[in-house]
Structure formats: structure tokens, C-alpha cells
Design a protein around this ligand. Structure first.
Ligand code: PLP
Length: 653
């Protein structure tokens, strides 16, 4: 008979979970009840003629001897899935039902939270890239007597070959060594090592390698790509709240929320977030990424048979969550509601089939805004739930910062609202908000929530202060929108190929990874402007871009500076302009098909600046800003696809 410790440890998630339940007090009757299921779940364990009872007896014996079942615990809450209660074994229902999960019995993959195999979901991609397979790794490990250095050299080669293939495409990522300066946003200190093209290299004792890093000078740069959209990361009320909580509660949360990590600051934050979205409850996570991934991965287990309809532009955190959840998924073209409806008709399975439509309100790379109420209409028509990522909208849209759902008055029509505390709120963390029953279910089952140490109390306190501030203050978001509007006018009138964003995000198309990198190096070295190039896989190849995010702290002079710098970059790198240069006013119809009211001239828009801002500060300018924003949105009606196609052809619209 096989060794049970081996069986438990590596090949049969069913057995692992059963073992865990035995250890946590399931009793021997659990063994008897599950003997029949064993042959279905783990047929390979019975290959040598052992009966299920034999294997389970071995398991019981092994547990008595070892007193543990390995390192990957599963949530004790798994027994709370309603659909699984009829089965003697408490797998989540979808685990039993889905064909993909049925493969779990063969030991290849498993979607159960905490299952040992869940890490394998990523491995095929890595193996394919690196050229290392598990058998070659095993060979390396067991071959006669390879010295440690030869073995690690082989791995090192694999790491290096992945990087060199990324480099050859010109999309090697360099993280600038920046030091933000509190109180001087958007300025930062740029630490220059051997040049912008190489990452800092550290020697074995952790110090920067001085042979490579001979120059350690710093210079000041103006940041134009921060997601701290409103500079709240330096707001005095946020800093004060964080410092106070560090001195009152200490540094870390002290554990997962399940164990000892729930802190009063988490409760206060979650109340504030529920009230922000006018919903019953909210749950905080360690990041927006984790919130999206954890909720979407868990949903198909809570709602067996779920079918997901996902926008093509969705963020990787949503995609990874949906992949982990393994529900059937249909992808509709970005914000294309006729395509969504077509898919709902064809694959939705009727009103009674559980469905979810998943999308972002503001798309982070295109700057487009989803038509929320129309999506909710479709959800009502086809009996679907809705999942909205408001990561690039919370704090920025709506009268209290509740996002596009607040602006469009449809928070109550949405099932799941996720957001981040790291962008407009300037701190860190993520959340999901919605009904109390939904939050309770996620809290009880989502692995990304259960098994990760809670947010540090200081982060929760800082985020609470930021949310509270932006609930009542309009100034930051209003001035930020005014700046975005002005920047769009300036880029537009100078023929720089801006993608038609409807939001505060201003993408400027380059269309080539190496040139996007060269453009940002030039901006940094010659003009003291820091912008990160956006390359594949963040955006499709051929649509590489600079993504500008004006804040309320970017002055009128800074707007002029960046536009002049971009003109210089475009000329230096011989990138295509879209219109004749240096026009003073926006030429309606000359570039974009435009039928709306006449836009103000650039001089007018910028001369109004100080007046506008003082009006905004006193709250009087808000309706005016809305009107301006609406006009700018109407004006930018060319689709990104058209713009990309034109630039690819070497021309411009
Ligand atoms: N959703 C979208 C659309 C994002 O762009 C991002 C991050 O950039 C996230 C989620 C993740 O949020 P966080 O940065 O809080 O992890």
C-alpha cells in the first residue's frame, strides 16, 4: 500500500481536506461516510487493489502518529456552503460539480481555497517561459552530485533568459528610484544610479553594488503619473490619523482577521466605506488586487453554476480571480453593450441561471467610463448580478467621492462594488461593499481574506480619515478634473495623439515599446519630468503609451511645461503629430468629429484658471466644472481603436 503521508501531502486534495476535518474533530464516522466518495475523488489511490476503507484506515493511523496533515490548512468554514450540506463530505458544492474540479481527483489542479494544488495554477506559464519542467528540476536535484552552484546556475540562466526576451521587445520594466517629498507633491527626488536603463543592483550583503552604481546623485522631478490622484497621501489629516494610530495600536495588525487581527480601526473603516457607497456593509482587504481576486475566485463556490460575463478591458486582478474561480466566462468587447446582450442571450441560460456581469467603471488605461445604468438594465433584464471595480473612480467622482456609481445614482443597483484605498485615498488597501448577507458570505469563505494578515491599523486609520475628508471636501477632485480638462485641451491643440479619454486619465499614444521607453527617458533626463511608459502586457502591443494623471497640485505652469516637453520628445523621436502645431484654440471638427457647442479657446481656459480655482475652492465653481467636463467628453468621441489604427498607419486623425 502507498504511504498515506505521501498521498495526503501531494496528490489528493480530497484526502487532505478530509484529514484536516479528522484532525479538527470530525471523528471516525467521517471516515465511514466518505469511503464511497474516495473512489470517485481519488481513484488513483485505489490502483493497487486497496479498498477505500484500507486507505482511510491508513490515513487515520498516520494522523494519530503525525498529529498533523501538512501546511496547507483549509477554511473550517467550508462546511458552511449550503449546497454541500447534503453531501457527507463538506467540499464547496462547485468543487464537486465542476468538470475542471473533477480533475482534482487525479491530482492535477484544484480550486478549493487553501488546497495545496492551487499554486499549480500558475506553474504551466512559468514552466513554458523558463523552459524548466518539474521533471528537469527533479533531475537536477537528484542527479549524482551536482554542486550547489551548478544547479543554481541553471536556474539563474532560466531567469536571465526570460528577462532578456522581455528586453529584446523593449518592454523591460525599470522602476525609477524615487523619493516622494511630503508637502511638495507632485515633486519627488529622483535617485540616479548608473542610469535609467538598469535597476539598482545589490551585492550579497544587501548594499548597492558600488562597482555598478558609481553615481548616486539625486535630482528633482515633477511626477505626472501618480495614482495618488489627489495628493491625499500627504494630506495632513491622513498623516495625523496614521501617526496617532501607530502610537495607540502599534505597527502591525497582529494576525489574520480570523485569529487576532481585527482591530477597531478596521471596523471604523468598513462602516465609513459602507456609508460612502450607501450600502449595508463593507469588508477591507490588503489591496484592491486582493479584494477583486478573492471575491471573484470565491463566488462560483458560493453560487454553484455561476456564469460570468466579463468586459474585455478588465484588470488583471479580476481576470486572475475569475480564472481561479473557474466559472464559465464570456468576454464582451470593452463597454460594448450590444455584444454583452448578445452573449447574455446566447449563453445566459435563462432567468434562473445564476449570472454575473463584471466590469470597471473607469478603465485605468483607456480612461473610458462604463455606462453603468445601461449595464444594470441588462442585468435586470437577464437576472444577473453586477460586479463593478471602482478603483479608479472612488474619491474622484460623485458628490461624496462614492465613484461613478454615486455620480450616476445607481449604487443600489450594483451587487458588488470594489475599490482601493491606495489611489485617490492615497493610502493602501482594498475593499468590497454591498449587502450584509453578501459581505458575510465573502468574509466566511474568501481565502484571500481569511488567510492573510489584516491591514495594519495605521493604514485603516489613514484611509478612514481620507475617505471622511473627501466625503465633505469637493476642492481636490474638482480642481483635479479642471486640470485634466486643461491638459486635454493643450495636448489636443498641439497635435499630440491623446487617446479619447472621458475621465481624469489622459493617455498619450506612442504605439511602440522601445519608443515609449525612450520618450520617458528623454522626459526625465532633459525635462525633469517623471512618467512611466505603459507597455504590454498592461496594454495590447502596438498601443504602448504614456499615461498622464494631472492632480490638483499640478500648476498651470506645470501644464505648459509638460506639453512643451512632449512636443520636444515627439520631434526628437520623430513620432507622428496629429494636427498642425501651435494653434491657439481648439479647432472644432479639425481633428475630432465634433458637433457640440464651441469650446473655449485655450487662452480663455487657462486665463480663467485662477478664477476657476478660487470658485472651486469656495464651492461655487462645481456646476461650471461639470459643464466643462461634459463638453470635453462630448468632444472626444473618436474611439481608441480608430486612433490606434490611424497611428499604426503612420497618420493621425
Ligand atoms: N483594479 C484596477 C482597475 C486597477 O487598476 C488596480 C491597480 O492598479 C487594482 C484593481 C488593484 O488595486 P490596488 O493597487 O489597491 O491593489
Amino acid at each position: 500500500m502507498s504511504q498515506v503521508s505521501h498521498l495526503v501531502g501531494t496528490t489528493c486534495p480530497f484526502l487532505r481536506i478530509l484529514a484536516k476535518q479528522l484532525v479538527t474533530g470530525g471523528g471516525t464516522s467521517l471516515l465511514a461516510r466518505n469511503a464511497a466518495l474516495l473512489s470517485e475523488k481519488c481513484p488513483h489511490l485505489l490502483q493497487h487493489g486497496d479498498s477505500p476503507q484500507d486507505v482511510l484506515a491508513q490515513l487515520s493511523k498516520q494522523l494519530n502518529e503525525d498529529g498533523h496533515v501538512g501546511t496547507n490548512a483549509i477554511p473550517s468554514t467550508s462546511s458552511s456552503f449550503p449546497a454541500s450540506s447534503s453531501s457527507s463530505f463538506s467540499f464547496p458544492a462547485s468543487h464537486n460539480a465542476s468538470p475542471e474540479n473533477a480533475r482534482c481527483a487525479g491530482g492535477t489542479s484544484c480550486a478549493v481555497p487553501g488546497c495545496a494544488n492551487s499554486r499549480e495554477h500558475e506553474s504551466p506559464k512559468l514552466k513554458a517561459v523558463s523552459g524548466i519542467t518539474s521533471s528537469s528540476v527533479n533531475q537536477m536535484a537528484s542527479s549524482s552530485s551536482p554542486s550547489r552552484s551548478i544547479t543554481s546556475e541553471r536556474y539563474e540562466k532560466s531567469f536571465a533568459s526570460v528577462v532578456s526576451s522581455i528586453q529584446s521587445e523593449g518592454r523591460y520594466r525599470v522602476f525609477a528610484d524615487l523619493e516622494r517629498k511630503a508637502g511638495e507633491f507632485p515633486k519627488a527626488l529622483f535617485h540616479q544610479n548608473s542610469g535609467e536603463s538598469t535597476p539598482p543592483i545589490f551585492n550579497q550583503s544587501g548594499n548597492k553594488n558600488s562597482a555598478i552604481d558609481s553615481s548616486t546623485s539625486t535630482r528633482e522631478v515633477t511626477g505626472w503619473c501618480s495614482n495618488d490622484y489627489l495628493g491625499m497621501g500627504q494630506h495632513s489629516s491622513v498623516l495625523a490619523a496614521m501617526v496617532r494610530s501607530i502610537y495607540s495600536c502599534g505597527a502591525g495588525a497582529g494576525g489574520t482577521r480570523n485569529i487576532s487581527g481585527t482591530n477597531h480601526h478596521h471596523i471604523l473603516l468598513e462602516r465609513e466605506l459602507a456609508s460612502l457607497h450607501s450600502v449595508e456593509a463593507a469588508l477591507s482587504f490588503t489591496s484592491g488586487y486582493v479584494a477583486n481576486e478573492a471575491v471573484l475566485a470565491t463566488l462560483p463556490k458560493i453560487i454553484p453554476g455561476l456564469i460570468i460575463f466579463s468586459d474585455a478591458g478588465n484588470h488583471s486582478s479580476m481576470i486572475e480571480g475569475m480564472r481561479l474561480g473557474r466559472a464559465p466566462r464570456y468576454i464582451y468587447r470593452h463597454n460594448d453593450l450590444s455584444h454583452l446582450e448578445e452573449l447574455l442571450e446566447q449563453h445566459g441560460g435563462g432567468m434562473d441561471t445564476p449570472k454575473l456581469i463584471a466590469f470597471e467603471s473607469v478603465n485605468s488605461m483607456e480612461g473610458t467610463v462604463a455606462p453603468l445604468n445601461k449595464i444594470c438594465d441588462l442585468a435586470d433584464k437577464y437576472g444577473a448580478m453586477t460586479f463593478i471595480d471602482e478603483v479608479h473612480a472612488v474619491g474622484l467622482y460623485g458628490d461624496t467621492g462614492g465613484g461613478v456609481s454615486e455620480r450616476d445614482n445607481c449604487s443600489s443597483r450594483l451587487t458588488f462594488i470594489t475599490g482601493t484605498l491606495a489611489k485617490a485615498y492615497g493610502v493602501q488597501g482594498g475593499y468590497v461593499a454591498g449587502s450584509a448577507a453578501m459581505i458575510d458570505a465573502i468574509r466566511s469563505t474568501a481565502a484571500g481574506f481569511i488567510f492573510s494578515t489584516a491591514l495594519a491599523p495605521s493604514l485603516a486609520a489613514g484611509a478612514t480619515a481620507s475617505v471622511k475628508h473627501l466625503k465633505s471636501s469637493q476642492v481636490e477632485r474638482a480642481v483635479m478634473h479642471a486640470r485634466a480638462y486643461q491638459l486635454k485641451l493643450l495636448l489636443h491643440s498641439n497635435g499630440l495623439p491623446m487617446l479619447p479619454s472621458e475621465s481624469h486619465i489622459v493617455p498619450v499614444l506612442v504605439g511602440n515599446a522601445s519608443k515609449a521607453k525612450a520618450a520617458t527617458d528623454h522626459l526625465s533626463r532633459k525635462h525633469g519630468i517623471y512618467v512611466q511608459p505603459i507597455n504590454y502586457p498592461t496594454v495590447p502591443r502596438g498601443t504602448e503609451r504614456l499615461r498622464l494623471t494631472p492632480s490638483p497640485f499640478h500648476t498651470k505652469e506645470m501644464l505648459y511645461e509638460i506639453v512643451a516637453a512632449l512636443i520636444d520628445v515627439w520631434k526628437t523621436l520623430d513620432l507622428p503629430f496629429c494636427t498642425t502645431m501651435a494653434s491657439d484654440s481648439v479647432p472644432p471638427g479639425a481633428v475630432y468629429p465634433y458637433n457640440g457647442p464651441k469650446l473655449p479657446s485655450l487662452h480663455m481656459a487657462l486665463a480663467q484658471d485662477d478664477v476657476l480655482i478660487s470658485q472651486l475652492v469656495s464651492g461655487l465653481g462645481v456646476p461650471k466644472y461639470r459643464k466643462q467636463l461634459k463638453m470635453s467628453m462630448e468632444n472626444l468621441s473618436v474611439s481608441s481603436d480608430d486612433r490606434v489604427a490611424e497611428v499604426a498607419k503612420g497618420g493621425c486623425l
